[in-house]
Design a protein around this ligand. Sequence first.
Ligand SMILES: Cc1cc2nc3c(=O)[nH]c(=O)nc-3n(C[C@H](O)[C@H](O)[C@H](O)COP(=O)(O)OP(=O)(O)OC[C@H]3O[C@@H](n4cnc5c(N)ncnc54)[C@H](O)[C@@H]3O)c2cc1C
Length: 439
Amino acid sequence: MGSTASARNGTWRNWGGTVSARPAREVTPASVDELAAAVRRAAEDGLPVKAVGTGHSFTSIAATDGLLIRPQLLTGIRDIDRAAGTVTVEAGTPLKRLNLALAREGLSLTNMGDIMEQTVSGATSTGTHGTGRDSASIAAQIRGLELVTADGSVLTCSEKENPEVFAAARIGLGALGVITAVTFAVEPVFLLTAREEPMPFDRVCAEFDQFHAENEHFEFYWFPHTGNTNTKRNNRSAGPERPVHPLRGWVDDELLSNGAFQVANWVGRAVPPAIPAIARISSRALSARTYTDIPYKVFTSPRRVRFVEMEYAVPREALVETLKELKAMVDRSPLRISFPVEVRTAPADDITLSTASGRDSAYVAVHMFKGTPYQGYFTAAERIFTAHEGRPHWGKIHTRDAEYFSRVYPRFGEFTALRDRLDPERRFRNDYLRRVLGT
Ligand SMILES: Cc1cc2nc3c(=O)[nH]c(=O)nc-3n(C[C@H](O)[C@H](O)[C@H](O)COP(=O)(O)OP(=O)(O)OC[C@H]3O[C@@H](n4cnc5c(N)ncnc54)[C@H](O)[C@@H]3O)c2cc1C
């Protein structure tokens, strides 16, 4: 886990470098019993408890000054049930390991995000998502959960068993208990054809509804200071498999998207006035390409350039207006933005605090290169997102609090009532949860 959350001199740091914490103690349990005993001991000592994944959240959602529970020894596949179409994995399993293991078994998740470094429990607890017309976030693919609650007991839930816990705990923000195992719906591995194509911003906005309706997975990146985007359409295919040629893959995904992009960002950080010119070049660097491969090779790619990010889900019908407002704000401001804005979608789901809970959603993500001031840009963007009743990604930077969330999440009270029942003493508390949940 070298590239992810690190601990030096007892200090825990997240991937983006935005958060650090000094836990009172750390454990790396190798079994559910060991984990439950650690939670009980922390309760006896009056310590708060926090399980972490790989520290890929930009918010302080995973930070603790109490007991830090590390995931490294709770990994691997517990069970594959082909008849039910499910796989049960230990909660600390990295998504990468899950995807590789599933592919070996001829299986796959239906949808996923941009990277696969995170743990299954960390990714799902904040609502990590990719893009989809019909298929939703990774948490929406959960069929069952096992968690250790505040009193050290083990609770299992699914649509049939403890359904009120299942409704909330799939995106539980680490507030309801420590997840020890996750059961996902899986399907026989399939092929996706990806079509990547540069396109003018105005055309994408004008035809967004059509692109969304006609493609299973549509997304695009807009390059601030330009009228250019890169679009990506992924659709199921009968084959044959036609992976990206290794040399082209290296040029596009390593050299241009990581190596040259890193250099462009260094130059932009040193000479901000150069950023619009760099953006015009970056936005034209990648040309159209089409390839067909298994899902995780199409959905995910390495992200080596470090950044900070804010992402909001707005009602899907408000997307184009939101984007035009964002572009107008950037155009009339002195801001210099070297990172593209990413746009994705998700259908409504039934998870209490999912950013897509009960409404068809579109995600707009703004990024800044690590080490550049981001507050001015993010504050201005957040003003636009919240005017559209946006819901921020739980793991990405935002300034919202419980009062706001109780307005934009109709089922907010359902989540806090469940938390009152499962964790009345707030064993799983931290400052972030106090802000977003109110206590
Ligand atoms: C480069 C990069 C790319 C990203 N791409 C995407 C993307 O495409 N889509 C997207 O939606 N997000 C994306 N994210 C955000 C990321 O997926 C989320 O922040 C995710 O939560 C990180 O997972 P993690 O394993 O690092 O968890 P952490 O950040 O370590 O923890 C997140 C939360 O999960 C809780 N948690 C962890 N383990 C447990 C457990 N066992 N039981 C209970 N709670 C637990 C923690 O307490 C915390 O509340 C990206 C982030 C980065 C840095």
